[in-house]
Design a protein around this ligand. Structure first.
Ligand SMILES: [Zn+2]
Length: 328
């Protein structure tokens, strides 16, 4: 126990310094970009990092230029698209596989579609509908029709809404493989390993607690995507998977609502970076003050789509860096 804590604390210190250096480099790079165009800068990195997995090179920890990033084609990219108070996260493996986790609200399709097109994605390798609420599957029917994922993962939780019906119709019309996920469920996407830690094999009253929670592992780094889980699912996951929760990047559940993050959960997950998907000035007051205060107290670098815009996190086998749209 003591040894583990020490290792973690050293890891955190070194990780913090490395992350800070990388962050300064990448944020500077984006801030000083000729057009200030987040997507076009990202598109260059996106294209140039594909197919580098077989040509592993040590990471230039003081990367100060795009050229330094381009030479390291081994990055997993987690890209939180700013779609307001909804979730839409694109995951790209170093081999060029693309997985979309949630598809925001019904009026977000132009944003999602435009982003995927800018990144030259014509077909998704996988889609995940974490749970059937409208702010997660609102545009999933249209995404399925336009980008025909090879497979779509969803919980066994139906909802009588037009968003759910149009998603199911699009899946059937386009012959997309549909997998109903119950934890533990694992799959791979290139060199990325994914393990679903939720939903548990039981019934749920709340769609939020039935969310698929994905633990993504790439090299030594781990990312936890949590959908909209709340108190019940948090407790289930901590009880059932206590040894798997130590991660580097945590997508804060349920847009940063007060019931979706606890000190216990942060103690279990120990993230260096937290992502919050929230809309500027949203009616729910997301993220709630309790959550942002907790993240602050725990000294976790917190990136929020309501303030930072689009967020891209670059993960190689050892290090993590990030860029935000509103860096200036
Ligand atoms: Zn939501």
């Amino acid at each position: 126990m003591v040894k583990k804590r020490k290792t973690k604390s050293n890891k955190k210190l070194i990780g913090g310094i490395v992350t800070a250096l990388c962050i300064i480099g990448i944020v500077l790079m984006f801030a000083l970009g000729s057009e200030g165009d987040f997507i076009s800068n990202l598109q260059q990195i996106w294209t140039n990092t594909i197919d580098g997995a077989g040509e592993w090179q040590p990471v230039d920890r003081d990367a100060q230029s795009l050229a330094a990033l381009e030479s390291n084609g081994d990055k997993l990219i987690i890209y939180a698209i700013d779609t307001g108070n909804s979730d839409c996260i694109l995951v790209r493996t170093p081999e060029g596989h693309s997985m979309l986790v949630d598809a925001a609200d019904s009026d977000d399709i132009r944003n999602i579609s435009g982003t995927l097109q800018a990144l030259e994605i014509e077909k998704l390798d996988a889609a995940v509908a974490t749970h059937p609420d409208a702010d997660h599957i609102g545009s999933m029917g249209k995404v399925v029709a336009e980008f025909t994922p090879s497979v779509i993962y969803m919980p066994n939780f139906e909802k009588d809404t037009s968003a759910y019906t149009s998603m199911i119709n699009a899946i059937q019309e386009n012959n997309v493989e549909q997998v109903l996920v119950t934890a533990p469920y694992e799959f791979t996407l290139g060199s990325l390993h994914a393990l679903a830690l939720n939903p548990q094999p039981r019934e749920y009253e709340s769609a939020n607690d039935a969310s698929i929670v994905l633990l993504l592992t790439y090299g030594q780094n781990k990312v936890l995507l949590t959908g909209d889980i709340e108190t019940e699912a948090l407790a289930d996951i901590m009880a059932n998977y206590p040894d798997l929760l130590d991660v580097d990047v945590l997508k804060i559940a349920h847009h940063g609502s007060a019931r979706s993050t606890t000190q216990d959960f942060l103690d279990a997950t120990t993230p260096d970076i937290a992502i919050i998907n929230a809309g500027e000035g949203n009616d729910y007051g997301h993220p709630h003050r309790e959550t942002t205060a907790l993240l602050n107290e725990n000294q976790i670098v917190t990136l929020r789509t309501d303030q930072d815009g689009d967020i891209a996190i670059f993960i190689d086998k050892t290090d993590i860096s990030y860029a935000i749209e509103n860096a200036a």
